[in-house]
Design a protein around this ligand. Structure first.
Ligand code: AMP
Length: 541
């Protein structure tokens, strides 16, 4: 027997249909690549997305074909997203911050047939085009006036749209067919592709919209600073359509001045980015003695949010922080650090401690931590182990990875994170499994050390890596970047750390550097840092 309700497939184009029907005049504002502030709305963006779909259909794009985008957060990128998956194809968002060889690898591995790209990447695409074996058409996402420097074989996006009408019917698909493709940032080995389905994207958008995450409604103004090529901008362009929210997009601009201006002038109520972006923003706000206008909530994820950052947003600027955890393989949202009913009664400092954790899983995500033999560890808030998850928007296998599953026999996916869970399933990451520091057989949490160090006055950024040690196996090396004008010394940092961390966690050495290397998605690039310090000799003690 089956239930007697309708079988309405969960397809991503239904999100933009809904936005155009219920919030047609709701704005989508872009600080464009060409430089101007561009305004459109959900109704127009849907019509133009249909033109993209029609063009793809005329080019002979078939269901399941991959179409690449190398683009910033702009209205044209949103049109391509919906247009590509509405044509039955797969929107493959490519991270332009990766190395050139990785970009070539990804486009060829995905077998992209068409590449849409922003003006910013004209030189890059001109250079790599001969190596892109399967790409048949190159489309520059701009108008004719900005095509002056384009090679003759590149086509103009606005010309292409002008040749279409907006009557193209979205392709009716099975909800399990693919809608999007995103490669992991690949700090080790080749990047791996995660092929999202229409169903997983729609279910994930419902989850992202709820109060425990973005808390979106038709009165929200949401600005994803996290790029659309980084795990779907954490689903914001989908969730904003679902809620009928106003969308503000920064285009190629990631500097604190432009972002703050957009937040204030467009009355942004919710925004989301990785901690490095917020570090620069808080510095800018302090220096200019300005604020964040009508901003109510900031989502910090992609790397651990230091407690000092959470405190600064909430206490100095009156903006609520939602600490979020996820990964490309989870579409990407997995958990948020909301206060439970019990936690909401705690004194302020303890609430901050809860908010600094990675939080409780969203409905749809199951979690457990296991030891090296796969045995589940107690949910006691102390036992750290390998974090495994499962759920309807969790990857089952990598794209092009053959038939083999990457899940264990219970259907669990290994996140690569080391974490603890407490009795309310509140999760705390202690490390990436490849970053753990094992000293005298015990784990030292680099994340906790980094958080403690970055709270020291005068410190802008901190990274901890393990350095080989003859007696202990490994000892932590603390690498620090000072704030401008700061002269803070190692002894002061040690003094600050004492009492906050276990004695044996105290880094043997502290190195000051002018900057710390980051990955293409804004995380600390520990592989590079380890290379930089490969000859470093720990002070034996
Ligand atoms: P990516 O797939 O590039 O988004 O990277 C996912 C990884 O980023 C996770 O497996 C975590 O190691 C890390 N990460 C994401 N969010 C957080 C967070 N809130 N705190 C600590 N680490 C995080």
């Amino acid at each position: 027997m089956t239930g007697s309700m309708q079988n309405w497939p969960l397809l991503v184009w239904k999100l933009i249909d809904h936005a155009a029907a219920t919030a047609p005049r709701q704005e989508i504002v872009t600080q464009s690549v060409e430089g101007n502030l561009h305004r459109t709305n959900w109704s127009e963006v849907r019509m133009r997305a249909k033109k993209v779909a029609q063009a793809l259909d005329r080019f002979g794009i078939q269901r399941g074909d991959r179409v690449g985008t190398l683009a910033w957060n702009t209205y044209r990128h949103v049109e391509c997203w919906y247009g590509i998956s509405g044509a039955g194809a797969v929107a493959h968002t490519i991270n332009p911050r990766l190395f050139e060889d990785q970009i070539v690898y990804i486009i060829n591995h995905a077998q992209d047939r068409i590449l849409f790209f922003d003006l910013t990447f004209m030189d890059l695409v001109t250079r790599i085009a001969p190596r892109l074996t399967g790409v048949e058409r190159f489309i520059v996402m701009t108008d004719r006036a900005h095509m002056i420097t384009a090679p003759a074989e590149f086509e103009c996006y606005e010309d292409l749209l002008a040749e279409q009408d907006d009557t193209f019917p979205w392709v009716e698909l099975e909800e399990t067919e693919p809608a999007g493709l995103c490669y992991t940032s690949g700090t080790t080995g080749n990047p791996k592709g995660v092929l999202y389905s229409h169903r997983s994207n729609v279910l994930h958008s419902f989850a992202a919209t709820q109060a425990a995450v973005f808390g979106l409604s038709a009165r929200s103004v949401v600005m994803p600073i996290v790029p659309m090529f980084h795990a779907n901008a954490w689903a914001i362009p989908y969730a904003a359509a679902l809620a009928g929210a106003k969308l503000v997009l920064g285009g190629p601009h990631h500097d604190a001045v432009t972002l703050q201006r957009l937040i204030v002038e467009e009355q942004v109520s919710i925004t989301a980015a990785v901690p490095t972006v917020w570090l620069a923003m808080l510095q800018h706000l302090t220096e200019t003695r300005t604020d964040l206008g009508a901003l109510q909530r900031v989502i910090i994820g992609g790397a651990a949010a230091p407690q000092s950052m959470i405190k600064a947003f909430e206490d100095d600027f009156g903006v609520e922080v939602m600490h979020a955890w996820g990964l490309t393989e989870l579409s990407p949202l997995g958990a948020t650090a909301t206060l439970s009913a019990e936690a909401a009664k705690l004194p302020r400092q303890q609430q901050l401690d809860v908010k600094s954790r990675q939080g409780r899983p969203l409905f749809g995500i199951e979690m457990k931590v296991v030891d090296e033999n796969g045995r589940e560890l107690p949910r006691d808030g102390h036992s750290a182990g390998i974090l495994k998850v499962r759920g309807p928007w969790v990857v089952a296998q990598y794209f092009g990875g053959g038939e083999g599953t990457i899940l264990d026999e219970g259907g669990w996916f290994d996140t690569g994170d080391i974490a603890t869970l407490d009795s309310e399933s509140c999760m705390q990451i202690t490390d990436r499994s490849k970053d753990v520091i094992k000293s005298g057989g015990e784990w030292i949490s680099s994340v906790e050390l980094e958080n403690a160090a970055v709270a020291c006055p005068g410190i802008a950024e901190a990274a901890v890596i393990g350095i080989p040690h003859p007696r202990w196996g490994e000892r932590p090396l603390l690498v620090l970047v000072r704030k401008p004008d700061s002269t803070v010394a190692a002894a002061e940092v040690r003094e600050h750390l004492a009492g906050q961390i276990a004695k044996w966690w105290m880094p043997d050495d502290i190195a000051f550097v002018s900057d710390i290397p980051h990955t293409a998605t804004g995380k600390i690039l520990k592989t590079e840092l380890r290379k930089q310090f490969s000859d470093y000799c720990s002070v034996a003690r």
